[in-house]
Design a protein around this ligand. Structure first.
Ligand SMILES: [Zn+2]
Length: 609
């Protein structure tokens, strides 16, 4: 039976995701596009079409449904179906924008709806290609490939807004004009929404305003406020350690600390806990634990206790003694946690952004022979998407922006970033292998940035790092980018291991925790760096290995790590990394390996160590 094979896609996703000032912005953008994809899938099913890709996630919550749909329609119906899908998404867009308009008008701000609607109309782009398929198993692959090539050439024809953009530009996207340049307009909205949602100098276009206020009007459909700030994410492991050792001494300190933060009128963040945090919120003093969990993460850093900044945030003049006391109590926490041997003893000033993307998925799809195979890939991707959510939010204190299965983006505290990167990469490979597609790899970009630097630069860095992993190092690679607050940039790379061999990333995580627990002094990496010129010759590997063993021997703690067999075994595991450094000559490999060691010291101790 002849049918039409329809490929349908829409955007612009990447431009939307990178126009983000707050973590909540990027989460909302991702949610909206995922929601539109869900609407299109439902519409296709309502029209009696079969959706081959993507598979809907098992449990509701739209977190990263891919925006590229593959659908089977009745013969000669692809154009009509594509039109209906577009209409369904546009109706959803208008519904959302309408609710946000009502919200803005309810603040008393005088909104020009004509200008608003015009900007919204030019926001989304749609592309589709349909080809006929005779229903024969053997012709499916070729027809899909034709459609796939067709859509890529359609996408190179970019749409640009046709209406003239006058006046002040939107401070978020910089593309469209702000919906108003009148101060009182924004002041009225700020009064209702709060200064954290719409800061003093922010001037938004209709699209960015729709995204910014969507969580205010969409609470009941799965998108709420309460996505943690960068500071809350950076300090998540510290927060976990405090909760974990509550009965051993941190609880007493927190009780006094919260009394002080109350006196200072510090704001609650209203963070919705992930499954990872749930067990830590149970036990003694549950109410107080939750109050502590709810404190904005920025206030876990002693340097945030500064009179003028607090006054700007809270509107109240803080008492100097309270400020001093809060700082002191945070220092006490660090001491107690160090004494107890916690893995995180201070809130790390840096956070991680992780982006992982499957390699050659397009080629894999181009090569599939049947509709059945296509559904197998679809199932593996959907399974990976579900696994990724667990890896980030149940097994780790991270936050997921989206997880489409073949790609993902997440924010993580520094200490678990490498482990999660490795786990995501493995899940992708294993799920595809389980469906009969072995040896699939993925590339990753990991960016470490300071919690007080603009989010936008970390986001563009992570896209660049992932592109580098794919293009410069020929895929199956992790590129790590550390942007110090001082402006210094360190970049390093590592190939993933192939299936079945000891994972090299584990040795790095091990080094990080050895330094964090003082079993090994972080100094050894600096000493290696100092003598690095000695290894710039052909037998660099042999010389480096000898020096590495000598320095481990010298800098390990005889008290905390006395077993010679243990540190020798670690040294052996670590030296295996050598084969995974994507450099040809010994001298460059040594340099790269030393960079990784210094990075692990930085992961463990932060800047001031
Ligand atoms: Zn904008």
């Amino acid at each position: 039976m002849t049918q039409d094979l329809l490929l349908f896609t829409f955007g612009p996703i990447q431009a939307s995701l990178s126009a983000a000032r707050r973590t909540q912005d990027i989460k909302t953008s991702s949610w909206i596009f995922s929601h539109f994809a869900e609407v299109a899938i439902q519409e296709a099913q309502k029209l009696g079409c079969q959706v081959i890709f993507p598979q809907m996630p098992q449990s509701g919550a739209a977190t990263g449904i891919p925006n590229r749909l593959v659908i089977l329609t009745e013969a000669n119906q692809c154009a009509a179906v594509a039109g209906e899908l577009k209409k369904a998404i546009e109706e959803e867009r208008d519904k959302l924008s309408g609710w946000v308009q009502v919200y803005i008008k309810s603040t008393g701000a005088n909104l020009n709806t004509n200008c608003w609607n015009e900007q919204l109309k030019e926001w989304l782009e749609f592309y589709w290609v349909g080809v006929q398929w005779d229903g024969q198993k053997k012709t499916y692959g070729a027809q899909f490939k034709t459609a796939n090539l067709g859509i890529d050439s359609r996408k190179t024809v970019r749409h640009y807004p046709t209406s003239t953009q006058l006046g002040e530009r939107c401070t978020l996207c910089g593309v469209r004009s702000a919906i108003s340049d009148d101060d009182t307009f924004w002041a009225k909205i700020r009064q209702r929404a709060g200064g954290r949602v719409i800061p003093q100098r922010e001037r938004l276009c209709a699209v960015c305003a729709t995204k910014r206020f969507a969580p205010k009007v969409l609470n009941n459909v799965g998108l709420g406020e309460g996505f943690p700030s960068i500071s809350s994410i950076a300090s998540a492991s510290f927060r976990q350690a405090v909760l974990q050792y509550w009965d051993q001494g941190t609880g007493v300190i927190i009780k006094e600390f919260l009394d002080v933060t109350d006196k200072l009128y510090l704001p609650a963040a209203h963070i919705v806990p992930t499954p990872f945090f749930e067990p830590f919120l149970k036990g003694t003093d549950e109410d107080i634990r939750r109050r502590f969990f709810d404190l904005e993460g920025a206030y876990l850093y002693p340097d945030s206790y500064e009179a003028q900044a607090i006054q700007e945030d809270t509107g109240a003049v803080p008492d100097k003694d309270d400020i001093k006391r809060a700082r002191q109590l945070l220092e006490n926490l660090k001491e107690v946690l160090t004494h107890l041997g916690a893995s995180a003893t201070f809130p790390h000033p840096y956070y991680a952004v992780l982006k992982v993307d499957g390699d050659h998925l397009g080629a894999l799809l181009d090569g599939i022979a049947s509709q059945d195979d296509h559904q197998k890939v679809s199932r593996a991707i959907s399974q990976t998407a579900a696994n990724i959510k667990n890896l980030v939010e149940t097994n780790s204190p991270g936050r997921l922006i989206y997880s489409g299965g073949d790609d993902m983006l997440a924010f993580l505290p520094v200490d678990c970033a490498l482990r999660v990167a490795q786990e995501v990469r493995s899940a992708y490979e294993q799920n595809l292998a389980a469906e009969g597609f072995p040896n699939q790899t993925a590339s990753a970009g990991l960016v470490i940035a300071h919690h007080k630097t603009p989010l936008q630069s970390a986001l563009s860095d992570v896209y660049a790092a992932e592109t580098m992993a794919k293009e410069e190092f020929d895929r199956n690679t992790l590129v790590l980018n550390i942007s110090k607050r001082s402006g210094e940039l360190r970049r390093m790379s590592l190939h993933w291991s192939s299936q079945g061999t000891a994972a090299p990333i584990d040795a790095l995580s091990e080094l990080r925790s050895l330094i964090a627990s003082d079993k090994l002094s972080g100094k050894f990496a600096y000493e290696l760096e100092d003598s690095s010129s000695a290894f710039e010759q052909n037998n660099g590997y042999t010389l480096f290995k000898l020096e590495f063993y000598r320095l481990i021997k010298r800098h390990h703690s005889t008290e905390k790590w006395p077993q010679k067999t243990e540190w020798e075994a670690f040294a052996n595991r670590f030296m295996r990394l050598w084969d995974y450094i994507p450099r040809i000559d010994d001298a460059s490999r040594v340099k790269e390996l030393i960079k990784w060691m210094l990075a692990m010291r930085f992961f463990a101790q932060g800047e001031h160590s």
